[in-house]
Design a protein around this ligand. Sequence first.
Ligand SMILES: [Mn+2]
Length: 357
Amino acid sequence: MSVEVYQNQLRQLLCPPGEGVYTVHTGRERREALQQRLYGDNDPTTAWQQSLANLTDNTAPVLLGICSDNGGGIMRGANWGPLYVREAFYQAYPGTALFELGDVRVVPQLLLDEYVSDATLANCRAALYGDAKSNLPVSPLSISYDVAKGFYETYPQQRLVSIGGDHSCSYPMVKAYLEHKQQHNINVAVIHFDAHTDLLDRRLGIDICFGTWTYHALNMINDPAQWVQLGIRSSGKPKQHWESTLGLKQYWAEDIQQQGSEAVAEQIIKDLTARSVEELYITFDIDAIDATVVGATGTPEPNGLKPQQAIDIIERLGKAFPVTGADLMEVAPLIATQSGDKTLNIAAMLFNTLLTA
Ligand SMILES: [Mn+2]
């Protein structure tokens, strides 16, 4: 795919940053503030479309917003994560170099094109692209995959990061990343922060959603031992079950409390170095952090990591390996939380850590 073809595809599959939730009034002030920050007084749609031509010479990390909570299911609201986390991030870290690719266009009743009937595919293609016979994807995870796949083909040296969205949004991003690294014979590991394992084969018959995506992504990595989960504490089965049946590595929240973040990071570095791992993808479900400070998420859990513990681990790993892919998922800013909740501040800190690790 040529650069021009890919950039034109982005102009169809995505919308300007902040517009991924399809709405006229809700969230308008926030969206306008973001676009003012990015494009000044220029028309945001035109400015965004034109800005995509600058990708060719870009060296900054590239951000994709995925405003889909269509794969969630306990408490929704992570569709607002990309807009709110961006605002908190830009306020806390003004001047950070970041290329805004845009937001995935999200039809909130769809998840994956494989789940959609031919008639609905045609209807949504007509609605999104003005052409019922278009072959472009229409569901958020399918769009995200095509965007990421095309990105790695067109800009193999650049770094793509994303903000979601429920954790199913990581599935297409990790899939495209792992396929790209395999094609180039680069040995990678995935570092996965989460209160939950996300390791169900199916949930109510659905194979790709927030509770299952890791089980399926695990099949794509060179060796499941190069998938490391941190912060687990809410699981129907013990650690030994997951490690022995699926072969991945887990550090539960209690392991990190007992051993300390430094010792855990050193152990991971030792294991991954012995496996000749060259690069890391870090996927961060905000519910890895303790519910007393992170309440604005779909499934907050007590007894989690302190933000600084997660930051220390990421920074230490980032000194040992290049972090060439990352995402931050499950921030649901409109979920009512107790006073003292710091979800957005912490999300901004974590996102900055992922960018700079
Ligand atoms: Mn998760």
